[in-house]
Design a protein around this ligand. Structure first.
Ligand code: HIF
Length: 290
């Protein structure tokens, strides 16, 4: 069945800000993860990978059914490393058993972006767990060794144009690549747990050289220990993408605004939420003096 048909309607007594706060507090407490980067980036990646299987041609995949919880999706080679985010969220799910898996995975990403000083991301509840036979086949998540036309096609399948695509990829300011997960190694920039427009600034300004790393994988490196994936570098090689990179490098506010809209859309995958499920704008722990 098409997503949206089974959207839960009895949402009244569910306090999603409480779930947000539990996730945010755990991010703050468990700050030693991944050499003190913390869990923020890997939670953003789980939100994206649980949504990024979507295909707008048949409405299959995506965040609605929370299907990442099944072995077949969890064991997709593209999802290596995300088990850490899943394990992080497990006690949160035990504390709030009424939240659906899809809502929890996406809310984890929203919480992480906001707590890392990123923009507010409007988020709606109402995803409903679907059975194992709705798990999409492996292989729908992007291959980082590719160029601009591949990136354009992939994001078109998800329903995004160039502007949204470039804005989204600005999230690669966060976290790092790991040999043991993807075969790539290193962070994209100097502040992997603060949401900034540094990805674009760094992409334009640093001097990048193409290397074959210890795992035999080709990545771009600079002399500061930062890296870029081939798909990242495609954003300065393609003239249409490059214009957008330049715009976001110059203007953080425009980047924040566009990222917020595109990320919210990524997590919603065309789901028809009931009218009463208005987007939540969560307060950060800081804003609540917590
Ligand atoms: Fe990533 N991404 N991503 N990504 N990503 C990695 C890590 C993160 C792609 C490849 C990789 C997006 C798009 C794309 C994050 C967030 C987002 C890694 C490294 C790879 C290879 C994984 C590892 O080794 O642990 C490709 C090819 C994409 C399409 C072009 C999104 C836009 C930028 C959608 C997005 O939000 C985050 C955060 C991480 C860091 C995870 C970590 O554990 O630190």
């Amino acid at each position: 069945a098409a997503p949206g048909v089974h959207v839960a309607e009895k949402e009244a007594k569910r306090d999603y800000q409480e779930v947000y706060n539990a996730i945010a507090t755990k991010i703050r407490d468990e700050d030693e993860y991944d050499n003190y980067i913390g869990y923020g980036p890997v939670l953003v990646r789980l939100a994206w990978h649980s949504s990024g299987t979507f295909d707008r041609n048949d409405n299959s995949g995506g965040s609605f059914g929370g299907t990442y919880r099944f072995k077949k999706e969890m064991n997709d080679p593209s999802n290596k490393g995300l088990q850490n985010a899943f394990d992080f969220l497990r006690p949160i799910h035990e504390q709030f058993p009424w939240i659906s898996s899809g809502d929890l995975y996406t809310l984890g990403g929203v919480t992480a972006v906001q707590e890392m000083m990123g923009p507010k991301i409007p988020w709606r509840s109402g995803r409903v767990d679907q059975p194992e036979n709705t798990v999409p086949d492996n292989g729908r998540l992007p291959d980082a060794s590719q160029g601009a036309s591949y990136v354009r096609n992939l994001f078109d399948r998800l329903g995004f144009g160039d502007r949204e695509t470039v804005a989204l990829i600005g999230a690669h300011a966060l976290g790092k690549t790991h040999y043991e997960n993807s075969g790539y190694e290193g962070p994209w920039g100097p502040s992997p747990n603060v949401f900034t427009n540094d990805f674009f600034v760094n992409l334009l300004n640093a001097h990048w050289t193409l290397n074959t790393n210890k795992k035999g994988v080709k990545q771009w490196d600079n002399d500061q220990g930062h890296m870029m994936l081939p798909t990242d570098m495609a954003l300065v090689k393609d003239p249409k993408y490059r214009k957008l990179v330049e715009e976001y490098a110059k203007d953080q506010d425009v980047f924040f605004r566009d990222f917020s809209k595109a990320f919210a859309k990524l997590l919603e995958n065309n789901i028809k939420f009931p009218d009463q499920n208005k987007p939540h704008y969560f307060k950060t722990l800081d804003e609540q003096d917590l």
